[in-house]
Every structure is written in structure tokens, then in C-alpha cells.
Design a protein around this ligand. Sequence first.
Ligand SMILES: [Fe+2]
Ligand SMILES: [Fe+2]
Length: 187
Amino acid sequence: MDFRSAIKSYVLETFGERSGALVHTKRVYRTALSLSSEFDSEVLFAACYLHDINVEKPHPKKAVTQAEKFLMSIDYPPDKREEVLHAIAEHGYYGNPDTKEGFMLSDADQLDAMGLSGFGQFSEFSSDPEEMERVLKSIEKECLSVLHLAKSKELAKERIEHRKKIIEMMREEQRIPRDPSGSSANQ
Ligand SMILES: [Fe+2]
Ligand SMILES: [Fe+2]
């Protein structure tokens, strides 16, 4: 079995076919691919697929330990293994990657939380437009500042605009009509 197939089967086996974690992982990989054209495709693939292989605290440290054990078990080349583990170790809000693949993984992971696909995935999800607006403001303030690549910043702006539209649509849907009898419809 080649390395990609081995990694894919391991991730599938760990997460389960219909899990949100698997869907998030695949989305992160697809987004990462769109962020740059120069990178080591084997390293990027392994880093994206394994970045959340263990989300227990302290994450991503636990993910690194598990990914390292697995990569050693399939005789993954040691030089590439180090690159993969670096990218995994440095993903997340407090990460500090310094490789191309590390930037791509870290940015794609942040972008996933900003996008509509990640909208319903986190506890931030709410049907209250004011709450959504508050979350959006914190995304604009915090997540944008940790992106590394120019393409990521471009995509982030698009995703923020999408969210703004959704919030407006939500407000429109929830607008309280005036009751001709004079009593409030909001009861
Ligand atoms: Fe993570
Ligand atoms: Fe992630």
C-alpha cells in the first residue's frame, strides 16, 4: 500500500466514515491545496490528514505523538516525517509554523472555522443574529491576524462577507411583524 492510501485508511478507521472530524479534515486539505502552488504534496497531504488525529488536550501535541507513532509504523521517510510533524505541531491559533506546508495547513484550518462549512460545526452556532455578529467580529479581529499567506487573506475576506450575508438573511427572517390589533406579535 502506498503512503497516501495507508494514511487515508488510518484516518478513516480512527474517525469513522460519517464523522464531522473526517469531513473537516478533507475540507482542510482541499482548502490548503488552493492556497499555494509550490509545496511538497506528500508532506501537505499527510499533515492535513493527520493534523487532528488526536484532539485530546494538549492539542496539537497529542496529535503529533499519535501521528509520529503511525508514520513510523508505515516506514514513512524520516525527513518528510519531520516536516509533517512540524506542520501539525504548529497548526492552530497559537502555532508558529515556518514551512510552506505549515503555513498552508495552519491557514486552511483557520479558514475552515471562518467559512460557512464550519458555521454549524462549532458551539458558536446560534440562531441569534446578534450572537452571530459577535462571533463574526471576533473572527475578524483574531483569526485574520494569524493567517500567513496572501491567498488565505483573500479567501478570509470572502468568507467573512458570506457570513455577513447570512446574518442579514437571518435578521430578515426574524423581523417581527406589526400586529394590527396593537398587541405585540412577539409573544
Ligand atoms: Fe487542530
Ligand atoms: Fe483542524
